[in-house]
Design a protein around this ligand. Structure first.
Ligand code: PTT
Ligand code: SF4
Length: 612
């Protein structure tokens, strides 16, 4: 095999066993890597209905054929497991030296099962893997953990770790790397914590094997040059994803006060230009020449890395308009290893619950100190409210009431786009393969330029088109999608690089077919897990939060706008029809057959009758 290593590293933490499994080219061609390998492994190996925080769950860290080989932004890794937030498929994507090192160490994935009796970390050095004691690291934040491990094993190693949020099994704890790369907002840090696995340290020194190395290097350097020559490149380097604050404000989609409005009165204080005034540096993922991490000084005289989502959810969504204070919350979240989006939605919910008198705690909009204290209570699961808010926001609302303002889909918190006046984006959240996330279909950037308030079929088509490219193509290669999305790099570069790396001759359509196979397999997984786990399955799971249907916007050009329930159902029907699912949102037998998933159909039909 070229491009791929053909090896999975398996670690059983209960037994303390490690072994290498060879796999064949058929699996590689069918699932490619990253998210593809993750769903296949979870489907085959995690018993239906298993407890996500139990020993049977698998934590899968996987890369793809392009990862780790120099080419635009190929330093990314997918971290996946059955999600403790949603009880469905969960993954996240993290830019990290660990991705590059994994390829160089000779593995396409690490598959971790079991639960260790005591805290441990995994140390991989090429062909040698050890499970080492981590008693001294348990309790440390992710920055400190990485410093200690880098000192012990070398600053050139790739390190992934969890902080106190993961150790305390906060359901939206993430896996962190390099003081500012975070992955797995579906609770992958909690899964790692449940296994008492504090960190993974990887050193790899081998050259990746490439089918046509000379031509690959030539095309990769042309692609790098193309990234730099794009018109949007220098502005992207200046602001990165932070440019989206101004854009969202202008389009009335910036989340404000728990997604009640799309316009924030202090947006100018927290946008990309405000960020440029306090920017002190920049950093990013390995192998990237469009690095976008903005480093700023925070209100506690430390430095923090800002991204759009972090500022939208911990800033405008909480009514906080001071960028340095937002940066402090962002930095603490990184140190603790907790998702900024989940945290912003949890605190926003608490602020609204407090305003409505649903809880006794007084937490007002814009109160940074109260937000900071509550965040700490959540991470350490201290007080009653803090402890509860460490669960999914769906569970919180079930316990306290407040379903009408719990901002999630299937238990995963909504990311940074208000959808009162954006039905297409609401659909994207509703049918995302991991619960509410924009990563698969950031359709809003297209939607605001079209007939924005329409519920036409073209919106469902666009969502699927984007899901295939963003959620399939980039999540299997595995590479960062931002040079394509933000700088306009043509995806043909990646197709060429894939062919040169693997020796396979595929066009875009071959990749899109794999992408659709994966989308269907993931949906089958959700249905199986929810039925086997006794939660049940129905199409209401694919609905955006009630607030967007019930409470209209009161500010800006879209004042009075809210989603229409019946028309949204029509849009959902269109999506189901296009992708080949029935009215319950379950893949049809013929659809699974079309994507060579008859084995999946066979298993799924034990849980639910499949329509032809
Ligand atoms: C992603 C989600 C996002 S999406 C952001 S900001 W974004 C938040 N970042 C967090 C953070 O930071 N710290 C923290 N404690 N929690 C955070 N939660 C949020 O997590 C990230 C970039 C970004 S910045 C985006 S859009 C792109 N995402 C990609 C993706 O998903 N796939 C892919 N092939 N390429 C991508 N490129 C971009 O990567 P999740 P990163 Mg991320 C500090 O984790 O679970 O996927 O959720 O990985 O290395 O930090 O890069 O405006
Ligand atoms: Fe990482 Fe940004 Fe580069 Fe993507 S564009 S690889 S997120 S630094």
């Amino acid at each position: 095999m070229f491009g791929w290593t053909g090896n999975f590293l398996r670690v059983d933490l209960s037994a303390g066993h490690v072994y290498v499994q060879r796999y064949d080219g058929n699996l590689a061609r069918k699932y490619v890597g990253g998210r593809g390998y993750s769903i296949k492994i979870l489907w085959d190996e995690v018993p239906p209905g298993a407890n996500p925080l139990g020993p049977e769950n698998r934590l899968v860290l996987s890369i793809g054929p392009l990862t780790g080989i120099p080419g635009p932004s190929t330093g990314k890794l997918v971290v996946a497991a059955k999600s403790p937030l949603t009880y469905g498929y969960g993954d996240g994507n993290v830019g990290t030296r660990a991705a590059v090192m994994l390829k160089r160490a000779g593995y396409d994935a690490i598959i971790i099962s079991g639960i260790s009796k005591k805290p441990v970390y995994i140390y991989i050095e090429d062909g040698k893997t050890e499970i080492l004691d981590a008693e001294d690291l348990w309790g440390l934040d992710t920055f400190r953990t990485e410093k200690v491990l880098a000192k012990r094993h070398g600053a050139d190693t790739g390190i992934l770790s969890i902080g106190p949020a993961g150790e305390n099994k906060v359901k939206y704890a993430t896996v962190m790397s390099q003081e500012g790369r975070s992955g797995g907002r579906t609770g992958m840090g909690a899964v790692m914590g449940s296994k008492r696995l504090k960190a993974i340290v990887i050193r790899g020194t081998r050259e990746a094997s490439i089918a046509n190395p000379e031509e690959y290097r030539k095309v990769a350097s042309e692609a790098y040059r193309d990234v730099r020559s794009r018109p949007g490149y220098s502005f992207w380097r200046r602001q990165g994803t932070m440019a989206a604050i101004q854009w969202s404000q202008e389009n009335s989609v910036l989340p404000v006060r728990n997604f009640s409005e799309g316009i924030f009165e202090e947006a100018e204080n927290i946008d990309g230009f405000a960020m440029e005034k306090i920017k002190v540096g920049q950093r990013g993922c390995p192998l990237c020449n469009a690095i976008c991490g903005n480093i700023v000084g925070d209100s506690e005289d430390m430095i923090a890395e800002l991204d759009y989502e972090n500022v939208a959810l911990l800033g405008s969504n909480l009514g906080i308009g001071d960028l340095r204070k937002i940066a402090t919350l962002n930095r603490l979240a990184d140190m603790w290893g907790i998702d900024t989006i989940g945290l912003g939605v949890a605190i926003g919910f608490a602020m609204e619950a407090s305003e409505r008198g649903l809880i006794k705690d007084k937490i007002e909009w814009g109160d940074f100190e109260a937000a900071r204290d509550l965040a700490e209570n959540i991470v350490y699961r201290r007080s009653g409210l803090g402890k509860l808010l460490g669960e999914s926001i769906a569970k919180v609302a079930e316990t306290l009431g407040g379903e009408s303002f719990a901002m999630h889909v299937k238990g995963l918190s909504i990311t940074g786009y208000d959808c009162h006046a954006a039905p297409g984006m609401a659909l994207s959240y509703a049918v995302s393969p991991i619960g509410a996330h924009h990563k698969d279909a950031w359709v809003i950037s297209w939607e605001v330029k079209t007939d924005r308030l329409s519920y036409g079929k073209e919106k469902a088509e666009k969502v699927l088109e984007l899901q295939r490219i963003r959620g399939g193509f980039f999540e299997t290669l595995v590479a960062c999608r931002l040079p394509w999305v933000e700088v306009g790099l043509d995806i043909e570069w990646y197709v060429k690089l894939f062919n040169l790396a693997t020796g396979i001759k595929w066009g875009v359509s071959d990749h899109l077919k794999v992408a659709e196979r994966i989308l269907n397999h993931i949906r089958a997984y959700w249905v199986r897990e929810h039925i086997a786990g006794g939660i049940g399955w129905n199409r209401d799971k694919d609905l955006p939060p009630r607030k967007w249907f019930e409470k209209p916007l009161t500010k800006g050009p879209y004042t009075g706008a809210k989603l229409d329930f019946n028309r949204f159902q029509g849009l959902l029907d269109s999506y189901y029809e296009i992708i080949g699912w029935d009215k319950r949102g379950i893949p049809r037998y013929s659809t699974l057959k079309r994507y060579d998933l008859l084995d999946v159909a066979q298993v799924l039909s034990k849980y639910v009758k499949l329509e032809p």
